[in-house]
Design a protein around this ligand. Structure first.
Ligand SMILES: Cc1cc2nc3c(=O)[nH]c(=O)nc-3n(C[C@H](O)[C@H](O)[C@H](O)COP(=O)(O)OP(=O)(O)OC[C@H]3O[C@@H](n4cnc5c(N)ncnc54)[C@H](O)[C@@H]3O)c2cc1C
Length: 717
């Protein structure tokens, strides 16, 4: 049946009920007046009466008509406590189920489009986790409007069978009370007398029972987890942070800022991956490569193209100089001055409150702490290809020192992996003169992005001279007559590619072994398993950053560090769930790719309805003056609304342009607000405003505009 037909039929039935004033039949006075007649009818044909009553009850509940309470009392009067309870219990549950199904069928799609994807997901996750408990509580306490619960639950993702079962059990106590009261219906003066305050309190206590039970189970589980450990009577520190990368540094900073006694332990270089092998060196190299590229294509700016003259050694020396220049931000001196105790050495968690530090000289220091934040990061993953150790390979860990030793960039560089890191490094090495071959197993590079973004990135890389092999699997590495090869295959057909250097950029795996997780039984999968508060199996041991995942960015490591630290220090008073609604990231190829929230492919996968608005940067004045008029801003919004679901920007400064949208999404500002904000002319940031303008144009009130045209014509006479 079509939705509209069903909705109309139901509206008609409800309309008829009120039109014929049938609710008058279901008042306490009316029922009491007719009680003798109804009783006589039931006595003459008890089975028919029970069946008709049963069906009538279902209809009243299914249509959410007023009168279910009176009918429950009547059941007591007509059929007695036991039979009356059985009839009402089943009829009310079946009727509730029908109302629930109707609401689900008629309104759920509308609700899906009304809420944005992330919020709906949060609600759905809550319902999946606690829906039955919520429903049970609501059913037990007969103060919550019965019909409203049926309809609202129909709009959630709770399963119909769960809804039915929980409803039947949850309503039983209330049903018995009302049916029992109905056995004395003739003497009953008011409905309000049925539920005394003490009875209501008893129901409320019953409703809270599942929550209390859950809390007790949680406490028991914690006791079991901690049972085999001896908790110290007092602690040397409030917090120990393991790892001084983006996550650990922020964690230690916050702890010191709120005057906790905090120790930060780092086995390698202060600053971790981002400073020493990740963001900082890669962005420094990208800058040099971009300049080389611009010199090579100087005619775009009215100058003469020329081959850039440079010493690769000096380029790499600059990369290291940049690392040194940033290093004081993450240094031992800075953090010590902030009030953090920094220890250089390898940390190991010995028991839930004890951490040892093995210093370079072999000395072992033992520290106790109330809480721990694990921020041990991730390391490059090296695929187990036969022959890979024999040919040798570089990773983001070894690349920077290895390249610094070279006078020339590697002549033939194979980059394994077409993700963000592989793409950034492949492009900049190609621009600096390497012959780069990129191998990617997936059908396209940067697979998480929309197809058109991948295509644009691939075109950019190819334009810079990168040979791209997508859909190709690396099989093995070989050495033949002193030459190095990698063998790749597509549909069974093998190719052999000769190289001088092989760079593995196929992803990074969380550091999970060797520092006590195994001994403590802390669960791990691809990362350390944590809950929404970033607690591990032990609620006072937290994880943040790449080791906690699922993201592998400096800014997400810092974001998580805030939650882990605040929860570690103050969680006994108030805990905070990680807010991961708005996570941005950028890939610094040229043109840059920046994203926050949903893109089109994710919206499709998750079945989230959205509108897509595009603004081409070819149209932006500043992009034209800068000779970089390529790329686009793509915004996904809730259909018919200006609420932003996600933004992808491809183009120069995309990472910077994204910030406005990140702010807007975080603080629920729609495109109208962006449009109403003055953006300086001529800037790249105007792209955001123009994109919002495109959305506005598509949503212009056409009818009103037609009337306005008439009005102005009339004004002209
Ligand atoms: C080439 C490249 C480019 C990147 N570019 C960007 C970018 O542009 N933007 C971005 O946001 N992200 C980028 N990243 C990712 C970013 O570097 C990481 O996400 C970030 O550094 C993670 O921080 P973290 O604190 O979780 O871990 P890390 O920075 O890895 O820090 C962990 C630290 O813990 C230490 N440690 C581990 N175990 C122990 C132990 N038992 N005892 C003591 N110390 C220990 C390690 O020595 C390490 O220093 C890039 C990464 C790479 C490889």
């Amino acid at each position: 049946m079509k939705r509209s037909v069903l909705a109309l039929s139901l509206a008609l039935l409800v309309g008829l009920f009120f039109y014929f004033d049938l609710q008058q039949l279901l008042t306490l006075d009316s029922v009491r007046e007719r009680l003798a007649g109804i009783e006589a009818w039931r006595a003459s044909s008890p089975l028919t009466a029970a069946c008709l009553f049963f069906m009538g009850y279902i209809v009243v509940v299914a249509l959410s008509l007023p009168g279910a309470t009176i009918m429950t009392l009547l059941a007591g009067a007509l059929f007695g406590l036991v039979t009356g309870t059985i009839i009402v219990s089943f009829a009310s549950s079946i009727g509730a189920l029908l109302a629930f199904l109707v609401a689900r069928y008629l309104l759920r799609d509308t609700v899906q489009t009304k809420f944005d994807g992330e919020r709906l997901q949060t609600i759905n996750e809550g319902i999946a986790r606690d829906g039955a408990f919520y429903l049970f509580t609501l059913r037990l306490i007969p103060l919550f409007p019965f019909f409203l619960i049926n309809l609202l639950m129909g709009l959630t993702t709770i399963r119909a069978t769960t809804f039915y079962g929980v409803s039947q059990i949850g309503m039983l106590a209330g049903t018995i009370v009302y049916v029992n009261a109905g056995t004395e219906l003739a003497q009953l003066e008011h409905l309000s007398g049925i539920l005394s305050p003490s009875l209501l309190l008893a129901f409320a206590m019953l409703g809270l029972l599942p929550w209390l039970a859950r809390r007790v189970v949680a406490i028991m589980q914690q006791r079991r987890i901690y049972a085999r450990w001896q908790k110290p009577a007092r602690f040397d520190r409030n917090l120990i942070v393991i790892g001084a990368g983006a996550g650990g540094l922020v964690s230690a900073y916050i702890a010191a800022a709120v005057k906790a006694k905090v120790t930060l332990i780092e086995a390698g270089k202060m600053g971790g991956d981002c400073l020493n092998g990740g963001c900082v060196p890669s962005k420094a190299l990208i800058r040099s490569a971009k300049l080389a590229h611009q010199i090579r294509h100087a005619d775009r700016f009215g100058l003469t193209n020329s081959e850039p003259a440079f010493s690769f050694k000096q380029v790499m020396a600059r990369v290291h100089a940049v690392i040194s220049q940033v290093a004081p931000h993450d240094s031992i001196e800075r953090y010590t001055a902030l009030g953090v105790e920094v220890l250089q050495g390898y940390a190991r968690i010995m028991d839930p409150w004890t951490v040892t530090v093995t210093h370079d000289n072999g000395e072992v220091q033992r520290l106790t702490t109330r809480s721990i934040v694990i921020a041990t990061g991730a390391r490059p993953f090296v695929p187990p290809l036969p022959g890979i150790d024999a040919v040798g390979y570089l990773t983001s860990d070894t690349l920077w020192d290895a390249l610094a030793k070279l006078d020339q960039p590697p002549k033939r560089l194979v980059v394994l992996g077409g993700g963000p890191i592989g793409c950034e490094l492949a492009q900049c090495m190609a621009r600096l003169g390497s012959g780069v071959t990129m191998i990617e197993m997936a059908p396209r590079i940067m697979i998480r992005e929309d197809e058109e973004v991948s295509a644009l990135a691939a075109r950019a890389l190819i334009a810079d001279g990168v040979r791209l092999f997508t859909n190709h699997k690396a099989l093995r590495c070989e050495i033949s007559e002193g030459r190095k090869y990698i063998v790749i295959a597509q549909s069974g057909e093998e190719k052999r590619i000769e190289f001088d250097q092989l760079l593995c950029a196929v992803g990074r795996t969380a550091r999970l072994e060797g520092y006590g997780l195994e001994e403590l039984g802390i669960e791990t999968g691809r990362t350390i398993s944590t809950n929404a508060y970033l607690e591990t199996l032990y609620p006072h041991i937290y994880a943040a950053g790449d080791v906690a995942g699922p993201w592998q960015f400096t800014h997400t490591a810092a974001h998580q560090a805030w939650y882990a630290t605040v929860n570690a220090l103050f969680g006994h008073l108030k805990r905070f769930k990680v807010d991961d609604r708005v996570i941005p990231w950028s890939t610094f190829i040229d043109p840059e790719v920046a994203r926050v929230g949903l893109n089109e492919q994710e919206a499709k996968e998750k079945g989230i309805a959205c509108e897509v608005t595009r603004y081409d940067l070819a149209d932006l004045d500043r992009a034209i003056t800068d000779g970089a008029a390529c790329g686009f801003v793509k915004i996904l919004t809730v259909p018919g609304k200006d609420r932003i679901l996600g933004v992808t920007i491809v183009g120069e400064h995309a990472g910077e342009l994204l910030a406005e949208f990140v702010l807007a999404m975080k603080h629920n500002l729609g495109l109208n607000r962006i449009l109403a904000t003055i953006h300086t002319y001529p800037t790249w940031s105007e792209a955001g405003k123009y994109a919002a303008g495109e959305w506005k144009r598509a949503h212009a009130p056409q009818k009103l505009l037609r009337w306005l045209a008439r009005y102005h014509a009339w004004r002209r006479g």
